[in-house]
Structures are given as structure tokens and as C-alpha cells.
Design a protein around this ligand. Structure first.
Ligand SMILES: Nc1ncnc2c1ncn2[C@@H]1O[C@H](COP(=O)(O)OP(=O)(O)O)[C@@H](O)[C@H]1O
Ligand SMILES: N[C@@H](CCC(=O)OP(=O)(O)O)C(=O)O
Length: 398
């Protein structure tokens, strides 16, 4: 990337409105076991400041295994089962520290534990997105971690054909969460000031790479060749951060890998200071809106005039009472066209109920959902965040 391009990309970090911050094990703990109280609490203060400034911040925090290991007094290498036991013992400690720290600053922390499978399943991914967006609207800071006790994944190491079972990958998780909530920026906080040409712990000649185009195949492959595994208690090392950065950049999220031990690093990063490695996303537009705008519709909801007015004039969601008829067959999270009674299409949205449930609910008040379905999900058939009106102006490029 050219200097001017890189400066422009650094400059726009200040405008990032929704930020996902991932704390690696070596940020949260000293030596992978003791909670790094001063460091984490300073970051909590900085995040509370960002919240007060009106930004949305989500935290993905590692550290459960380390805290659990200490609590259970386990030394040396751990089997998969023991790591999972440690995670179970440590997660409660971890979230209680965050909750208490944020509470001192009048900010609510909210724990969300999830697995990669949750993000791959459209129903669960939609629930996750809605939960996270509601928490942000309420002023809370979601604190996420992988639900380690129930998740194991197999990955193929890039440098060979050997399969190894890897447990937990908060880098990948944070990229997917950032994409799911349409974040502007993903900050990967680790124990080194960004990506180097080789592992700086073993190669004194290694130089920091200030900016990388993660979507340029050749540049990415070169960066990957110089990246290696973890420095100790972490999982995945720089390689998993690079893979995560690519996912995030493809989804329209800028990524900055930065040293979580550095002073005032959130303020400095957002001020555009030349720290860490920035991977700007050329796709930083609202990809979700575009996906809704471009993907194939599986059905349609015919809505009445009152609903059209409410949706056009206010930021309302589409409630069942505004729906006259349901066309086609679709599942939860399916894409539908919104039509007026004359057949004119004026919007699109992702539905919270499948076509069968939508037919039962059409024309009814939301308070009747329980009675009509025997269970209750969202009040709206299409939540406002998942709806676009055709004649709305496109959001300008940042
Ligand atoms: N090319 C590289 N540039 C920077 N760090 C690298 C590189 N290759 C390997 N690493 C290692 O990656 C480590 C960070 O990864 P990891 O230990 O998994 O961190 P975290 O716990 O924050 O996820 C660094 O401490 C460093 O030893
Ligand atoms: N979920 C695990 C961390 C897994 C992980 O990805 O660790 P890291 O590479 O240090 O971010 C934990 O809470 O300890």
C-alpha cells in the first residue's frame, strides 16, 4: 500500500464507530496465569471512555484457561480435557473481574459465550447479532469468549499435511463477530507490536510491517510465511491473527494488530499513530446491507399502508400486524421482498420467523405471538437492522 493510502487508512480509524477489541491471553494475564490487573483495568477505563464518547465497543477476551489453571493449581502441559476444565473454572473469574471493573465506571458488562458453530448456523448467528446490537443500544459492553468446554475444532496446519486438534481460536471468533455486527474496526491486542517480517522473538532482524493488504494474495502469502506460532500460553500465534484479519477485511472491517502492553494504546491507535500493523479493508462499506440488497429473495411479505408509512417515516421494525399476506417458503434468517398490496416491491429484509410462522402471525398483534405459535421469539417479523428500503440513499463511503 502506498504511504498516502496507508495514512488515509490510519486517519479513518478515528471515525470508527463500532469497534471489536480482542484481548489475547498474554494481554489478560502475566505468564498465561495471573490476571494482569493494572493492564486490563487500564483498558477497561479506555473502553468506558469510548462508550461515553458514543462508540460501540465489544470485547473478546481470552484468559479463562490461564485463570482456571491457576485456580486449579495445574502446572505443565495440559491435555485437551484439562484445558477445557480450566476454561470452565476460569471463565467465572474472568467475567467477574470485567463486570466489577466496568461497574466502577457505571458501564454494564454482559457475558456472551459462543462456539464457531453458533456463527455458522444462520438462526443462531441472527440471534447473536440481535443480542449484541440490543446490548450496545442499552449502553452495555458485551464480553465474549469461546465456550471452550464444549468446543473443539480440527485445523490443518499450513506447513504440512499433519492434522492437529486445536482448541479455541479467539482471533477467528473475533473476526466473525466483527463481521456479524458490521464493525468498522477490529483491534487484535497481543504481546507484540504487530506483524513482523519474521517472529521477532527468534529473529533479531525482523522488522515491523506497518500496513498490509490482507486481500492481496501475494502480500498475504509472504506475510504468512514469516509468521509462526504462539509465544506461550496463547493459541495460534500470528498465523491465526493473519487468517482472522483476512476474514474481517473481506467483511469490510479494518484490522489493527497492536501491542496490548503499550501505554494508552486504544487512544493512540484511534488517533492514527503509526503503531502495530494495519490491514485496511477496501470493502469497508456496509456489506450486510449490500448482501440484503443483492441476494436472492426466497419469498415476500405483503404489507399494509400503515406499515409502509411507519417504516418509511420512522425507524420502526416490521411487526406482524402490518403484514397482509406471506408468499413462498423460507426459513428463519431468510431473505424476503417487502411488497405493497399492488405488488410493488419497496424493500427487503431478513426474517425472524420462518414462512410457516409468518403465515400464522400475519395481521395479528405481537402480544398474540405466544398464543398463535405456542412460543415466543421477537416482536417483529423483520427487525429494523435487517431491513432496507429500496429508495433509501446508499450510505456514503467513509
Ligand atoms: N511474524 C511474526 N510477527 C510477530 N509475532 C509473531 C510472528 N510470528 C510469530 N509470532 C508470535 O506470535 C505471538 C502472538 O501470538 P499469540 O501468542 O497467539 O498471542 P495472543 O495470546 O495475543 O493471541 C508473538 O508473541 C510472537 O512470538
Ligand atoms: N478461550 C481461551 C483462549 C483461546 C485463544 O484464542 O487464546 P489467544 O490466542 O491467547 O487469544 C481462553 O479463554 O483461555
Amino acid at each position: 500500500m502506498s504511504d498516502s493510502g496507508s495514512k488515509g487508512a490510519r486517519g479513518r480509524l478515528a471515525q470508527a464507530q463500532r469497534i471489536v477489541v480482542k484481548f489475547g491471553t498474554h494481554v489478560v494475564t502475566h505468564h498465561g496465569r495471573e490476571f494482569a490487573l493494572g493492564r486490563v483495568f487500564a483498558l477497561v477505563e479506555a473502553i468506558a471512555g469510548l462508550r461515553r464518547a458514543g462508540k460501540d465497543v465489544l470485547v473478546i477476551s481470552s484468559g479463562a484457561v490461564g485463570l482456571g489453571r491457576r485456580a486449579l493449581k495445574l502446572d505443565g502441559p495440559l491435555s485437551l480435557g484439562l484445558r477445557q476444565a480450566c476454561a470452565a473454572a476460569g471463565q467465572g473469574r474472568l467475567i467477574s473481574l470485567y463486570t466489577q471493573a466496568f461497574a466502577q465506571l457505571d458501564v454494564e458488562a454482559a457475558q456472551v459465550l459462543l462456539t464457531q458453530d453458533d456463527l455458522a448456523d444462520p438462526d443462531r448467528a441472527l440471534c447473536l447479532r440481535t443480542t449484541l446490537l440490543r446490548l450496545l443500544e442499552l449502553g452495555a459492553v458485551p464480553i465474549l469468549n469461546e465456550n471452550d468446554s464444549v468446543s473443539v475444532r480440527e485445523i490443518v496446519e499450513q506447513r504440512g499435511t499433519e492434522r492437529s486438534t486445536v482448541f479455541g481460536d479467539n482471533d477467528g471468533l473475533s473476526a466473525r463477530v466483527a463481521a456479524a455486527v458490521d464493525a468498522d474496526l477490529l483491534l487484535l491486542l497481543t504481546d507484540v507490536d504487530g506483524l513482523y517480517t519474521a517472529n521477532p522473538r527468534s529473529d533479531p532482524e525482523a522488522r515491523r510491517i506497518p500496513t498490509l493488504d490482507a486481500l492481496d494474495g501475494e502480500a498475504f502469502a509472504q506475510a504468512l510465511a514469516g509468521a509462526s506460532g504462539t509465544s506461550g500460553a496463547g493459541t495460534g500465534g500470528m498465523r491465526s491473527k493473519l487468517a482472522a484479519a483476512r476474514i474481517a477485511c473481506e467483511a469490510g472491517v479494518d484490522v489493527l494488530i497492536v501491542d496490548g502492553h503499550a501505554e494508552r494504546l486504544l487512544e493512540r491507535a484511534l488517533a492514527g499513530e503509526d503503531i502495530g500493523t494495519l490491514m485496511p479493508s477496501p470493502e469497508r462499506r456496509n456489506r450486510r446491507r449490500r448482501r440484503i440488497a443483492l441476494a436472492r429473495c426466497e419469498g415476500a411479505l405483503v404489507v399494509n399502508e400503515g406499515a409502509i408509512r411507519a417504516l418509511s417515516e420512522t425507524k420502526a421494525s416490521l411487526l406482524p400486524i402490518g403484514v397482509i399476506a406471506v408468499e413462498g417458503n423460507f426459513g428463519v434468517g431468510g431473505l424476503v421482498e417487502l411488497r405493497d398490496p399492488s405488488g410493488l416491491a419497496w424493500g427487503r429484509g431478513m426474517v425472524n420467523y420462518d414462512s410457516h410462522a409468518c403465515r400464522k402471525l400475519a395481521g395479528h398483534h405481537s402480544r398474540e405471538i405466544d398464543r398463535l405459535l405456542g412460543w415466543r421469539g421477537y416482536d417483529a417479523l423483520v427487525t429494523r437492522d435487517n431491513l432496507i428500503l429500496q429508495d433509501l440513499p446508499q450510505e456514503p463511503d467513509p
